[in-house]
Design a protein around this ligand. Structure first.
Ligand SMILES: NC(=O)c1ccc[n+]([C@@H]2O[C@H](COP(=O)([O-])OP(=O)(O)OC[C@H]3O[C@@H](n4cnc5c(N)ncnc54)[C@H](O)[C@@H]3O)[C@@H](O)[C@H]2O)c1
Length: 260
């Protein structure tokens, strides 16, 4: 028996990448999962591949009306909503000079305002149930700063602060709120900057190699961390940031020191 048997979950940005793997993992553990995304065709395909306990609904996380519609449909169809995973996100890479105000605002809109709207949208239902687990997918860039990603870092630091306040505000209503902070490297997300980054491959390799556990963290590892926070396995846990970063934020790694 899975650890999410009889639970209903909604995952944003689930048409591909980490979100799709999260949805797959939650279905594996017995949950009924509503995959959502702005990518309709891809999202429908992803849901279809997961069988009868998965469905798809188009949802742009920046649109309050979309949230109202999808949460309402979910509760009418499945009777409850136990888990909400805020996974949808966008990246912008560029120096400050190459980060104009409209881009900065858009990144905050999707990555930070989206989770705010979604959290408000599920409040009434989760309060009625006196149960709910909300998981926010932040990032290593929400734990430490990095050059070239100011908008993204601002949005991912922001969602962590938001989640902690939600945790304190809603704990007495049976609702938990936690963040996972992955350090991955999804080629689809980095797509637009791939060509430019090919000019400094050694630096990006060093970035992922100089960790306790070298290399890119897998989607599966990120999804398992989300599963832990989504399920009763983490019943006493709220307001935390769970780094899934191979130890990248644990401290500095110098390869030579391992030979001393
Ligand atoms: N891949 C990693 O290693 C990694 C590392 C750190 C953080 N993250 C975070 O994990 C999450 C998923 O990233 P990913 O690597 O799978 O990226 P991805 O680009 O493959 O997937 C993101 C998904 O979000 C959807 N999306 C974008 N804007 C949306 C909107 N307005 N409304 C609804 N859906 C929208 C996209 O259509 C896409 O399917 C993001 O929040 C990202 O910041 C990922």
């Amino acid at each position: 028996m899975g650890i999410l048997e009889n639970r209903v979950a909604l995952v944003t940005g689930a048409a591909r990448g980490v979100g799709q793997t999260i949805a797959t993992t939650l279905v594996r553990e017995g949950a009924t999962v509503v995959l959502t995304d702005v990518r309709g065709d891809q999202g429908r395909q992803a849901a279809k591949a997961l069988g009868a306990r998965a469905s798809f609904a188009e949802l742009d996380v920046t649109q309050e009306a979309d949230w109202a519609r999808v949460v309402d449909e979910t509760v009418r169809t499945h009777g409850r909503l136990d888990v909400l995973v805020h996974n949808a996100g966008i990246l912008h890479m560029g120096t400050l000079e190459n980060t104009p105000p409209d881009v900065f605002r858009r990144v905050l809109d999707v990555n930070t305002v989206g989770p705010y709207l979604g959290t408000r949208a599920v409040l009434a239902q989760m309060k009625t149930q006196q149960r709910g687990s909300i998981v926010y997918v932040s990032s290593i860039d929400g734990l430490v700063g990095m050059n070239g990603v100011t908008a993204y870092a601002a949005s991912k630091f922001g969602v962590r602060g938001f989640a902690k306040s939600v945790a304190l505000e809603l704990g007495r209503s049976g609702i938990r709120a936690n963040c996972v902070c992955p350090a991955g490297g999804n080629t689809e997300m980095y797509g637009p900057w791939f060509e430019k980054m090919a000019g400094f491959t050694e630096q990006t390799k060093a970035y992922t190699d100089n960790r306790g556990i070298p290399g890119v963290v897998s989607f599966a590892a990120i999804a398992e961390a989300v599963l832990y926070l989504a399920s009763d396995s983490s019943a006493g846990v709220t307001g935390i940031d769970l780094p899934v970063d191979g130890g990248a934020t644990a401290g500095k790694f110098l390869a030579g020191f391992n030979t001393l």
